[in-house]
Ligand binder design. Structure first.
Ligand SMILES: [Fe+2]
Length: 209
């Protein structure tokens, strides 16, 4: 009996140990990276919380369709990563960035927070509220399909710069950056609908240094 137990303990791996206490640990494919684009926020902003539909100190609400995005950050072994920083920014519902170099005619929405820096909690969980980003013109013939930019970082892991897309959006297949990815990469970069309206699930996988 004693021998058996020792044998069991000797052969147990960290992965199976975590599995035994109830977390699903399995290998995951890394989230593909994407370019930063020209509009990473450069204007300092006090309100960077997980609700982008409101700006602290302002009474109004952001224009557009309010959506909620939640998910988990994992490493490629499937271990959830707590205390991961997610720095995210996006165009407002009109397709305008709150950035001095965005000189499109689309309106600024003063009630849209546009930029957030959040941390994952226990289990690598995160959640934020925002509005569905507008598409915007890239040049005379191309539009960027709606997307959210993310920089995801944690000590001991390679920082990930990527863009999250929305499932079945008609502009996805016309977007040069999206189309340049393989089907598998596209799937990994696209959020999933949930049973709730205007809610999406999006998981992120980082590589260990
Ligand atoms: Fe963009």
């Amino acid at each position: 009996m004693k021998l058996h137990r020792r044998h069991f303990i000797k052969n147990i791996t960290l992965g199976s140990l975590v599995g035994l206490i109830g977390t699903h640990v399995h290998a995951r494919t890394l989230t593909p990276s994407e370019m930063e684009g020209p509009y990473y926020p450069i204007t300092p902003q006090k309100d960077q919380d997980a609700d982008l539909t409101k700006v602290v100190g302002k009474k109004g609400k952001a224009k557009g369709i309010a959506i909620e995005i939640y998910g988990q950050v994992f490493d490629n072994q499937g271990v959830p990563l707590e205390d991961t920083t997610i720095d995210l920014w996006q165009a407002n519902s009109y397709g305008k960035y709150h950035h001095p170099h965005d000189n499109s005619d689309a309106p600024i929405d003063e009630n849209f927070q546009a930029w957030a820096i959040i941390q994952t909690k226990a289990g690598g969980h995160f959640r934020f509220k925002t509005v569905f980003p507008g598409a915007y013109p890239l040049n005379a013939s191309q539009q960027r399909t709606p997307h959210i930019h993310l920089k995801v970082s944690k000590r001991g892991y390679h920082s990930l710069l990527t863009q999250m897309y929305f499932p079945d959006h008609p502009l996805n297949q016309k977007d040069g950056l999206f189309r340049s990815k393989t089907r598998q990469e596209q799937a990994l970069m696209t959020a999933k609908t949930t049973s709730k309206a205007n809610q999406y699930r999006y998981d992120i996988v980082l590589a260990k240094v």
